[in-house]
Structure formats: structure tokens, C-alpha cells
Design a protein around this ligand. Sequence first.
Ligand SMILES: [Mg+2]
Length: 169
Amino acid sequence: MLNLQPDYLVKGSILKLSIQTLLSDGIRGLILDLDNTIMKPKAALFEADILEWLAEAKRAGLKMIIVTNNKNEKYLSSFDKALAELDLPMIIKAKKPRRTKLNEALKILDLPAEQVCVIGDRVLTDVWGGNRIKCKTAFVRPLLGKEEILLFRFLRKIEKLFLHPSHWD
Ligand SMILES: [Mg+2]
């Protein structure tokens, strides 16, 4: 069945996802989407606040692995060092919502599916894929690159011209 419903509907980026909540719900491992979830598009580096979140998750004992649909090997290998420092393995070209690579990740985490949460910014890849392999799923808002922030700011200004102020926040 097509299950697109996340267990955690986060009203913000992954930074708004409570590690304490995950722990108290019995989560022991995380399968992390890369682009827009823990790294801004094309950034090739982790922002300080994301690093802090990942460090906190690690301190809390959560096992973690990245599973990305990104296929650009040259780009992906450009931050190998950062991943090694974080001791964070990564599976690329995953073709989520296909199950093969997600199951591979589960095997590496060595945890039962119900103790693992798949976290991502896309319903049709991350949430659907995670639900298909019977993991818990968290849907987060995308991290935005600088250009996108500017674009959204611009679009909001245009919206402002059309919308009554009470219609938006
Ligand atoms: Mg993504």
C-alpha cells in the first residue's frame, strides 16, 4: 500500500526534530537523507548547527547512516573527510523509494526496522521509502541555500501585494 504518512511531521528543518522524543519513542538509529535534510543543496559542507545536531544524536547513542539518491560521485566525494570525521557512512545512488539500499543501510545499522527513523525532506522518496521498509519516518522542511532564501523572500514580497496581511505570517 502507498503509505506517505510520516510518523513525525516536523514543522521546520531537522534541527526542530527532538532527539529526546526519538529516544523516548524507542528509536536507536537514523537513516538520514543528505540533500536539503542535513546539507544545503550543492554546499558540500555541513553547517555548524547541523554538526551540533548530529553530535548530540551521537552522544545520545543513536547510530546513523546517510542514504542519498544523489548520483554525483565527484561532488559526493568532495566531503569524504567531513564524513570520516563524523564517522558517518553514506550510501549513494540509493533510488529511494526503492528498498534495496535502504535495507542495506538497515543492515549496517544492525537494528530492527521499528527502532530506526528515516529522516528526509521528500515524501515520495524518503517517507515512502522508509515506510516501505517498516521504519519510522520523519518529514522535515528542506534546508535552503542562499539563492533559495532570496528567491522565497522575493516571492513573499510579491505575495504580500496580493494577500491580505492576515492571510500569511
Ligand atoms: Mg532531500
